[in-house]
Design a protein around this ligand. Structure first.
Ligand SMILES: C[S@@+](CC[C@H](N)C(=O)[O-])C[C@H]1O[C@@H](n2cnc3c(N)ncnc32)[C@H](O)[C@@H]1O
Length: 738
C-alpha cells in the first residue's frame, strides 16, 4: 500500500470518515502542537531590556567615575596604554573617523597574515531569488576545504570569557599565563601586546561595560553592535553605509576583497584602508531590518536607545544627539538596522563539532533561542556570511582556534550552489518547524530544494495532531504517521473539522477552493461583496446582537481549529484569517485583530513570491488590495485619539502592549503595501510574472502626457486602468505616524 496523504479533498474526507468509524484509534489526551508565541517572547525581552537599562545607567555612572579615579591614581605616567593614550586615541577617533594611523613600513612581513583562505573554485554571484551566494566553478571533492576565515567582531559568552584571549582568540591552556585588563578585570589577554592593541582598537570604549553588553541570549548581538561601533567608529560606518546606498552592484566590493590577493589583514594593527574595506564589507551584509521590525520592534528599538546612551557615554557619539530628537531617532533607526544585520549574519563559535541531536531538539523546543552547551562566542565573518542556507546543505562548518572552517560534506558538481546549515540539523525537522525557526532567527522563507518540494505538498495537506508532531498527515501501511511514527490519535477531530469546513464553504463560497483560472471570477465576486459590505451586512444584519456574538465565537473556534491543522503558506488559512480580520474590523475588535497579525504575516511571507504564477497574479493582487484596505482602516482607527483601543478587551493591556499593537498594525500595513508595490517593481519583471518593463516609467509620466509608446504591451484597457489606479493608490498610502 502506498503512503496516503490527507488533504482537504473529498477522498481524504471519505477515508477519514471510514477510519473514524472503524474505531481503530484511541483518543489522545493532549493534542498540542508546537506553537510560537511571539508576544510572550517580546514581553520577556522587554522586561529584560528594562532591567538592563536600569543596570546600565547605574553601572555606567559608577564605572565612568571609577575609570577617572583609576586613571588619576595609576595610569597617568606609567604604562603606554594609559590615560594619555586614551585621550590621544579619543581625539584621533573624533577628528579622524577613528583612524589609528599605522606605519606599514615598520611592520615586519611576518606580522601580517591573510584573514581568510578561499578555495579558488568558488565564485560569488547574485540573483533575485537567493541574493548573493557562492557557486562552484569546478567540481569539488568530498572533504575539500572551501574557506577558512577569522572573525572580525567577536563577543565571548560569560562562562568562557576567562578561557580565551580577547584579541587573538587563542585558548589559554592550563599553565599559560593570562593578563587581565588593568581597568575592569573582566577580560583577558595572552600578552601585553594583545592588551595594548585591543585597548587602542576597541576595549577602551567598552571597558567596564563588557559584563553587561555581552549578556545572555539575544544580547549577544548587542555586544557585537557595540564592538562594531567601537572598532570602526560611527563616522566610518556612516560613510560606508552612504556609499552602499549609492552603489547598485553589491558583489563588487566583495569581489575586490576576495580577488585582491595582496590584501592582507595584520593580526594586530589595521590601517585606515583596511578598516575602510572591512567596514564596507560589513555594511553590505544583509540586514532584514524591515522584517525584524514586525517581530521584535519594541525590543530592537529599546536596544538601540540603550546603545545610543552608551555610545554617548563612551564618546563614540556626540552628546548633543540626546537633545536632538530628529537626530536621535535617525541614529536609533541606523543602529537598529546594524543590530538586525548582526543577528542575521552572526555565527556561533562552537568549541568542537556541533552536536546535531542537541541542536535539533533545541530548535524544536525553543526555536527562538538556540544556545548550545559548547558555544563559546558569537561572531561576525565577512565572507562566510555569503553562504546561503539549505535544509540539506552540501557544506559543513566548524570552528578551530583560528576561526571558521567550512568543508564539503559530499562531492559537489560544477555550477551547484554552495550551502551551509544555519545552525541545526534542519533535515530532522518538519517543514513548519524549519520555517518558523528560520523566519524567527533569520527572517527569510527558505527556498532550498527540500523546502520547495515540501511546500508544494504542504499547501493542501493537513497536519498530524499528535503531541509534538506537526508533520503532514501521511500514513504508512500500518496506519501510522510517517513523521512521528504513531497512530494519528486525533483523526476524529480532523474529520469533524473537515466536515465543518464544508458548512463554512457553503457560507463563504469558493474562497476555500484551490485557485485555478475559471474559479477566480467567483472569488472576485466574494471579495467584491466583502469590500462593499452588501453580503456581509446582510449576513450580520439578520442576527440579533446575541446571535451575532455566537456567530463570531463559532467562526473563531473554527478558525483556531483550522489553524491547528493547516500549514503556513496555505491559501485557505490566509483567506480565513483575512475574513476574520474583516469581521474584527467591522465589529470594532482591534485587540482580536491584533492576535491574527502574526498568522497573516507568516502566511504572506510563505506565499510570496514562491507560489505566484501568471494564472493567479490578478487574484493575488485583489486579495492583497483587500487586505491592504482592512489594515489601513484598522491602522487609522487605532492611531486616532478618540478611538478606545481596548474598550471591549477583557484582558489587562498596558501601555507597552498598546505601543506594540500599534507598531504591528503599521508594519503589516506597510508590508502589504510594499508587496503590492513590488508587483510594479522594475527589477522583478524578468521573472515573467510581473508587469511589462515600461509600466512604471509610463505611469510615472504626468497625466497629460499621452504619447503612445509602442513597446508597451499592457493588458486590456480595463485592467490597465485598474492597475494604474492601484499603483497610484499604493504610492500615496501612508503609514500612520507613531
Ligand atoms: C547570511 S545571509 C546570506 C547571504 C545573502 N544571500 C546576501 O545576499 O547577503 C542570509 C540571508 O540570505 C538569504 N537566504 C539564505 N538562505 C536562503 C534560502 N535557502 N532561501 C532563501 N533565502 C535565503 C536570506 O535573506 C537570509 O537572511
Amino acid at each position: 500500500m502506498k503512503n496516503f496523504v490527507f488533504g482537504n479533498d473529498q477522498n481524504s474526507l471519505d477515508l477519514l470518515h471510514q477510519l473514524c468509524n472503524e474505531e481503530k484509534y484511541r483518543r489522545s489526551k493532549s493534542t498540542t502542537t508546537t506553537k510560537m508565541n511571539i508576544k510572550e517572547s517580546i514581553d520577556l525581552m522587554y522586561k529584560l531590556v528594562q532591567k538592563h537599562l536600569k543596570q546600565i545607567r547605574k553601572l555606567g555612572e559608577k564605572i565612568d567615575y571609577e575609570c577617572d579615579l583609576y586613571e588619576q591614581k595609576h595610569l597617568k605616567n606609567s604604562s603606554p596604554s594609559s590615560s594619555s593614550l586614551l585621550n590621544e586615541s579619543i581625539h584621533l577617533y573624533n577628528n579622524n573617523n577613528n583612524i589609528i594611523i599605522d606605519n606599514d613600513d615598520d611592520m615586519n612581513n611576518d606580522d601580517k597574515h591573510l584573514n581568510f583562505y578561499l578555495n579558488q573554485k568558488c565564485q560569488l554571484i547574485q540573483n533575485e531569488k537567493f541574493g548573493r551566494h557562492f557557486i562552484t566553478k569546478d567540481q569539488i571533492l568530498k572533504g575539500e576545504i572551501i574557506i577558512e576565515e577569522r572573525p572580525i567582531i567577536i563577543t565571548f559568552y560569560e562562562e568562557h570569557r576567562q578561557n580565551y584571549c580577547h584579541y587573538c582568540y587563542h585558548h589559554f591552556s592550563n599553565n599559560k599565563k593570562r593578563i587581565s585588563c588593568k581597568n575592569c578585570d573582566e577580560i583577558y589577554y595572552c600578552s601585553n601586546e594583545c592588551r595594548q592593541i585591543c585597548w587602542q582598537q576597541y576595549h577602551r570604549f567598552e571597558c567596564g561595560l563588557y559584563g553587561l553588553i555581552a549578556g545572555p541570549s539575544d544580547l549577544f548581538s548587542f555586544g557585537n553592535v557595540f564592538r562594531y561601533y567601537s572598532i570602526f567608529g560611527h563616522k566610518l560606518i556612516d560613510k560606508c553605509t552612504q556609499q552602499q546606498q549609492q552603489s547598485d552592484d553589491d558583489c563588487n566590493v566583495h569581489d575586490n576583497y576576495i580577488h585582491n590577493k595582496r590584501f592582507q589583514l595584520p593580526r594586530h594593527k589595521w590601517s585606515y584602508d583596511e578598516r575602510f574595506q572591512l567596514c564596507q564589507l560589513i555594511s553590505k551584509l544583509v540586514d532584514h531590518r524591515y522584517e525584524r521590525k514586525i517581530l521584535r520592534e519594541v525590543h530592537t528599538t529599546l536596544m538601540s536607545w540603550i546603545l545610543i546612551h552608551l555610545f554617548v557615554r563612551r564618546k563614540i557619539l556626540d552628546k548633543n544627539i540626546l537633545d536632538d530628537c530628529f537626530e536621535f531617532s535617525r541614529r536609533a533607526e541606523y543602529i537598529a538596522r546594524d543590530f538586525s544585520r548582526m543577528q542575521t549574519n552572526s555565527f556561533c563559535w562552537s568549541d568542537g563539532p556541533i552536536d546535531l541531536d542537541e541542536t535539533s531538539t533545541l530548535a524544536i523546543q525553543h526555536p527562538q533561542q538556540l544556545v548550545l552547551s559548547n558555544m563559546i562566542a558569537n561572531c561576525i565573518e565577512c565572507i562566510s556570511s555569503f553562504f546561503n542556507h539549505s535544509c540539506k546543505p552540501n557544506l559543513y562548518w566548524q570552528f578551530n582556534s583560528n576561526g571558521i572552517i567550512i568543508c564539503a560534506t559530499r562531492s559537489i558538481k560544477q555550477g551547484e550552489q554552495l550551502t551551509i546549515s544555519y545552525g541545526t540539523d534542519f533535515n530532522r525537522q518538519t517543514f513548519d518547524q524549519r520555517q518558523i525557526s528560520l523566519q524567527y532567527n533569520y527572517c527569510f522563507y527558505c527556498q532550498c530544494i527540500i523546502c520547495n518540494n515540501d511546500c508544494s505538498i504542504m499547501k493542501n495537506v493537513i497536519k498530524c495532531l499528535n503531541d509534538k508532531c506537526s508533520g503532514p498527515l501521511v500514513l504508512n501501511k500500518h496506519n501510522a504517521c510517517i513523521s512521528c511514527g504513531k497512530f494519528p490519535f486525533d483523526l476524529r477531530n480532523a474529520y469533524r473539522l473537515m466536515n465543518k469546513m464544508k458548512r463554512i464553504k457553503s457560507e463563504f463560497g469558493y474562497l476555500f477552493d484551490s485557485i485555478n483560472g475559471h474559479e477566480q471570477y467567483r472569488i472576485y465576486r466574494i471579495l467584491y461583496f466583502f469590500r462593499y459590505r452588501s453580503k456581509f451586512q446582510l449576513y450580520w444584519k439578520s442576527n440579533s446582537d446575541k446571535q451575532r456574538k455566537k456567530r463570531i465565537e463559532y467562526m473563531e473556534k473554527l478558525y483556531e481549529k483550522y489553524r491547528q491543522i493547516s500549514y503556513y503558506g496555505s491559501y485557505r488559512l490566509l483567506y480565513l484569517s483575512i475574513i476574520m480580520l474583516a469581521i474584527y474590523e467591522r465589529f470594532e475588535m482591534p485587540y482580536k485583530a491584533f492576535e491574527l497579525i502574526d498568522t497573516i504575516d507568516m502566511n504572506l511571507m510563505n506565499i510570496f513570491p514562491g507560489s505566484i504564477s501568471n494564472e493567479n497574479i490578478d487574484f493575488i493582487i485583489q486579495l492583497l488590495e483587500f487586505l491592504g484596505e482592512i489594515t489601513e482602516r484598522l491602522s487609522k482607527k487605532i492611531y486616532s485619539n478618540d478611538y478606545h483601543l481596548f474598550q471591549q478587551s477583557q484582558q489587562n493591556i498596558n501601555h507597552n502592549d498598546e505601543i506594540l499593537i500599534r507598531s504591528k498594525f503599521s508594519c503589516l500595513f506597510e508590508r502589504v503595501n510594499q508587496l503590492l508595490l513590488a508587483f510594479f517593481d522594475e527589477d522583478l519583471k524578468e521573472n515573467g510574472w510581473l508587469f511589462p518593463r515600461t509600466f512604471k516609467q509610463l505611469h510615472d509620466k504626468p497625466d497629460n502626457d499621452e504619447d503612445n509608446d509602442e513597446s508597451v504591451q499592457l493588458r486590456t484597457p480595463d485592467q490597465e486602468n485598474y492597475y494604474i489606479n492601484l499603483y497610484r493608490k499604493c504610492q500615496q498610502r501612508k503609514i500612520p505616524v507613531s
